[in-house]
Design a protein around this ligand. Structure first.
Ligand code: SF4
Ligand code: SF4
Ligand code: SF4
Ligand code: FES
Length: 1016
């Protein structure tokens, strides 16, 4: 997308890039020759050629909606909507003829009948209001259709945004975004009503409807009908005035309008809008929550966050989820750590930075002197930037002299990385989110994508709803994606490798493998094929509990698909066989030729915003940045030369091994930043016991987490909005974040703190900005050779590997795989049953994961008032069968006990789980679910087997309120439809197409009827 300067009267903020697959042609616009593309929307051609035509309902990310009629132009003498008309070579277009002009005015006049202009006292008067700018463009002085309020109240029931029906112009952008971009299918307009308005679940209050508060509708609303509550009374110079005073001003405007016209009134409001620009700052940032990598502008006034505005992000454009759009209260929360804390007596006391850092350096130095460098461990953060992670591993290796450095990808994604290393070479998604959107089949295994990677899920939901994409979901829970799927099945936990291998064997045995692809591109086929011998359909049915018929159906879908992407997450990786199952997925993709092409590939969905980057930039015990092995002498020499030190050669400890080493007494000190390891690691009691045994423990965070309770020193760090740097998303996309606020209190960005500690330990680092760190990293790691801050300026991004000339790779392996011979490798399969299984005492299986509205343990999201309101409690999901069997109802208190710990919580009875399955969200205001999980781990990577937790449940004799408040979206009843369904508006008896007074519905020959035919 290219940004264009918005002229005072104009209304488009960006232009679509020219379509790449359409042939160009010549057309005539207002008497001049113009270049266009055959089949594109005429409105795009008009915009690209610099003509200003009103277009209130058109949004180039939504496509033509055709509700507003303001874009009427004459095409070969006939009045048509420019958004709903497709370009034909040689067409003659008149945008300024009398007929077009009159029609545009008539249409806009009708809009003003639904919208009161009070711009100077409106929080939406920020220079980008479509309704305001169209009033100015059309030089409206007086309106023919007087404004008429609708007989509905303003709806304030959602914690984050409000709807004002009186200002709603019924453009339907919000409906289109909700139905076909977010695909939550909450919004509709009942065009047949006497006074249509936007409806939530067909007429419910917003709070308690199915609305997931993703904010798409608010983002695309062209006026103030839908607004972020954080904007209200805050954006303008006068908008905080009492309602009575505001009403007085609005009345004054109405009184003088007949005499002076709108011209001078608009001038006044434009002056006020210009004044706002001085004090409202718009800063681009990258989301701090999940790994999708949404980026957007944050609007702030002093330290107040006015709103989040997504538009240009490479991964998300107009999309966000509730956390990205509304989840930022934590940044200014009074709980923020603002001063270093030192343990003293039974508690902590505040200290100066000098005192705290001197103590840290002295104690780390003493431990190293007494026990050697390997007595220290460094745990880095998937919440922190690439540059901060780079510095953490450099501190460990170059300053302290140990490879004991790791990050929390150990808890989730290391097995997926391992599976890809074994088979295709790079430990990252093999393509981009756009590849997932264009695949003809998406297979999701062990991922609650709609809640854990919500914006990425929207691309699948949209492709499935509109473009005929097939969807297969394999998960033990019946979550949203499972409900949408063409096929959903639930194998026994920990058996995914078996059905994956059986299906691959079936495909090979039936001669449906892509033999040419295999011969040309993949090694070790025979060895692999032999290893598949035990994986017959009969065996698969017996182990997984899934019928052969279902598995054969799945195999047939895969065979029939032109292209397939497989998405997987912690339902696969957090098992003792996580690496092997990830390998089985990649084997299946290789056998079916689903690599190297657009719309294909392996997509392990990264959980945290920078879990990809934390590993990429060397926070792993065996890898330097860019996954070069520390054991490789040549590589080590390169780093030794650059850093001027001798580097350790032995393999370091991962964070799982570090905990064991503390228990053994060999690891004496840990420096950890940006990770609530007590809550995040499995078997919290064991981890907490280890922390208590440490000689010295430094924790650096933005809040006093559970882990901080064990620290000797707590250092106050800054969240993403208070620093600069880069994050790398799940699609290997490196993106810059810019500083929005000064660090709160005495907190500091993590990179500054690490540098200060390094220098106190004798290093002479002189980084002045994270750009210096990235520069150093790019000179050393070939994977990042061409990464520079200039190439990442603003919304520009790079997907690694990046060549020295800046060429990146949105789709990997287009020329070969990342092995010396350019060929991938099949990896033989062997299934080992789960490490921990149910028995007569621990008779239930506990699963755990995220909730959409919370992030992990909830350290950030419990400090977001609206999230807390919608989802204040932790609970355990119990199936209706089990509930009936044990006499459990919603709100029942239960004790859940595993071999490792116990948690008291309330039950929520839901058919998302079945039989003896329980599900507990990770978020908890009290005790982490990891008090229950054990220390079993993936055999290769030591990722804890969180998903293999047998438990027992004791039903307690008291029952409380339902733990899920009525406000929560899970109670809602969506109203799916194909979009705005504008034809129903056109069929109204009182509808006339502007300009000719006729009842006229554009036909498909003239253009798409309602945008459906034009969707990408
Ligand atoms: S929404 Fe726009 S047009 Fe309407 S009052 Fe506000 S600034 Fe003016
Ligand atoms: S889910 Fe809610 S916030 Fe998201 S687009 Fe639909 S109505 Fe709007
Ligand atoms: S609320 Fe929806 S229909 Fe109403 S003006 Fe906003 S985007 Fe248009
Ligand atoms: S822009 Fe609304 S009908 Fe074309």
């Amino acid at each position: 997308m290219s940004t264009v300067q918005a002229s005072p009267g104009h209304l488009i903020s960006s232009l679509p890039d020219p379509p790449i697959n359409l042939p160009s042609c010549e057309i005539e616009i207002d008497g001049a020759q113009a270049t266009a593309f055959v089949g594109e929307h005429l409105i795009d051609a008009i915009n690209r050629n610099g003509k200003e035509v009103p277009q209130v309902c058109y949004h180039n990310r939504l496509g033509p909606i055709q509700t507003c009629d303001t874009c009427m132009v004459e095409v070969d003498g006939k009045l048509l909507r420019a958004c709903g008309t497709k370009v034909i070579a040689g067409m003659t277009v008149a945008t300024e003829s009398k007929k077009a002009h009159d029609a545009q005015h008539e249409a806009f006049d009708r809009i003003l009948g639904n919208h009161m202009l009070y711009c100077t006292v409106c929080d939406n008067n920020n220079g980008n209001c479509t309704v305001h700018n169209t009033t100015a463009l059309l030089k409206i002085e007086h309106q023919q259709h007087p404004y008429k309020p609708k007989p509905y109240e303003v709806d304030m029931s959602n914690p984050f945004y409000r709807y004002d029906p009186d200002q709603c112009i019924l453009c339907g952008r919000c409906v289109e975004a909700c139905q076909n971009v977010q695909v939550n299918e909450t919004l509709s307009i009942r065009w047949e009503d006497e006074h249509p308005r936007v409806l939530w679940d067909g007429g419910a209050q917003i709070g308690g409807s199915s609305c997931v508060s993703c904010g798409h509708c608010v983002t695309v609303c062209p006026c103030n009908a839908l607004m972020e509550k954080s904007m209200l009374g805050k954006a303008g110079y006068f908008t905080h005035w009492p309602k009575q005073a505001l009403n007085g001003m609005i009345d004054l405007v109405k009184d003088i309008e007949p005499e002076v016209g709108y011209g001078p009134i608009l001038q006044l409001s434009e002056t006020e809008a210009a004044m706002r620009k001085v004090r409202v700052k718009r800063t681009k940032t990258v989301c701090t929550y999940c790994g999708v990598g949404c980026s957007y502008d944050i609007w702030t006034k002093d330290r107040h966050i006015l709103k989040v505005e997504p538009s240009e992000g490479a991964a998300n454009n107009i999309s966000t989820c509730v956390k990205g759009k509304f989840g930022w209260d934590f940044v200014n929360h009074p709980d923020r750590l603002q001063k270093p804390l030192l343990r003293e007596g039974g508690g902590f006391r505040e200290a100066s930075w000098e005192e705290a850092l001197d103590l840290v350096a002295r104690r780390l130095g003493e431990i190293k002197a007494m026990h050697g460098p390997d007595a220290l461990g460094f745990i880095s953060s998937s919440k922190c930037t690439n540059e901060e992670n780079y510095l953490m591993q450099k501190l460990a290796r170059a300053v302290v002299g140990t490879n004991n450095v790791d990050n929390c990808s150990r808890y989730c994604q290391s097995p997926a990385t391992q599976g890809l290393f074994r088979t295709v070479g790079y430990g990252g998604d093999s393509g981009s989110i756009s590849d997932i959107a264009q695949a003809s089949l998406v297979l999701i295994v062990g991922s609650n994508t709609a809640e854990s990677h919500p914006v990425l899920a929207t691309r699948v939901k949209r492709a499935h709803k509109l473009n005929g994409q097939r969807l297969i979901v394999v998960d033990i829970r019946e979550h949203e994606m499972a409900r949408r799927a063409d096929i959903h099945f639930s194998p026994r936990p920990g058996t995914d490798l078996v059905w994956l291998s059986a299906i691959t064997k079936y495909i090979i045995d039936h001669g449906k493998a892509k033999t040419e692809f295999i011969e040309q591109w993949v090694n070790k086929f025979d060895e692999y094929k032999k290893s598949l011998e035990p994986f017959t359909m009969e065996y698969a049915e017996q182990v997984t509990g899934i019928s052969q018929e279902t598995l054969i159906k799945v195999a047939a879908e895969i065979i029939a698909a032109n292209s397939m992407c497989v998405l997987w997450a912690m339902g696969v990786t957090q098992h003792c066989g996580g690496s092997d199952t990830s390998t089985a997925i990649s084997n299946l993709l290789l056998a079916t030729g689903n690599y190297m092409r657009p719309g294909t590939g392996a997509y392990p969905l990264r959980g945290h915003n920078n879990v990809q980057g934390a590993s990429d930039f060397g926070c792993m015990p065996v890898y330097f940045p860019g996954y070069e092995k520390v054991a490789d002498e040549e590589v080590r020499k390169r780093y030794e030369q650059a850093w001027g030190v001798n580097l350790p050669t032995n393999k370091g400890l991962d964070n799982h091994e570090m905990v064991d080493a503390v228990h053994k007494g060999t690891l004496k000190g840990i420096y950890l930043f940006g990770e609530d390891m007590y809550s995040a690691d499995s078997n919290a009691n064991y981890v907490g016991a280890a922390f208590s045994m440490l000689d010295f423990f430094v924790v650096q965070d933005i809040f006093f987490s559970e882990t901080c309770r064990y620290a000797d020193v707590v250092l106050p760090a800054s969240p993403s909005l208070e620093k600069e740097g880069t994050f790398t998303s799940t699609e290997r996309r490196i993106q810059r974040l810019y500083q929005v606020f000064e660090p709160m209190g005495e907190s500091k960005p993590d990179w500054e703190i690490v540098q200060e500690i390094a220098n106190r330990l004798g290093a002479k680092w002189t980084y002045r900005h994270p750009a210096d760190v990235m520069h150093e990293s790019a000179t050393l790691a070939p994977m990042f050779a061409g990464v520079t801050y200039d190439r990442l300026a603003g919304y520009k991004t790079l997907q690694w590997p990046v060549a020295i000339d800046g060429t990146d790779q949105p789709l990997l392996y287009t020329k070969g795989f990342s092995f010396p011979d350019g060929k991938a490798n099949f990896y033989p399969m062997d299934w080992i049953p789960p490490c921990d299984a149910e028995d007569s005492e621990f008779d239930l299986h506990l699963n755990n994961g995220r909730l959409l509205e919370h992030f992990h343990e909830g350290n950030l999201t419990y400090r977001v008032a609206g999230v807390h309101e919608e989802s204040p409690n932790r609970f355990v999901e119990v199936s209706p069968e089990l509930a009936e069997q044990r006499g459990i109802a919603n709100g029942q208190w239960v004790d859940i006990t595993s071999r490792h710990g116990e948690i008291r919580t309330q039950a929520l009875v839901t058919d998302r789980v079945s039989g003896n399955q329980l599900y507990m969200p990770l978020n908890s205001p009290e005790k982490p679910v990891n008090l229950l999980t054990g220390s079993f781990s993936d055999r290769i990577t030591h990722t804890p087997a969180y998903k293999e937790t047998p438990v027992k449940m004791k039903v307690l004799p008291w029952r409380g309120e339902n733990p899920l408040p009525r406000l929560n979206f899970r109670y809602g009843k969506p109203t799916p439809q194909r979009g705005v369904e504008v034809e129903r508006k056109w069929r109204r008896a009182d509808y006339r197409m502007p300009g000719n007074g006729l009842v006229q519905i554009q036909t498909k020959q003239e253009g798409a009827t309602n945008g459906q035919a034009n969707r990408d």
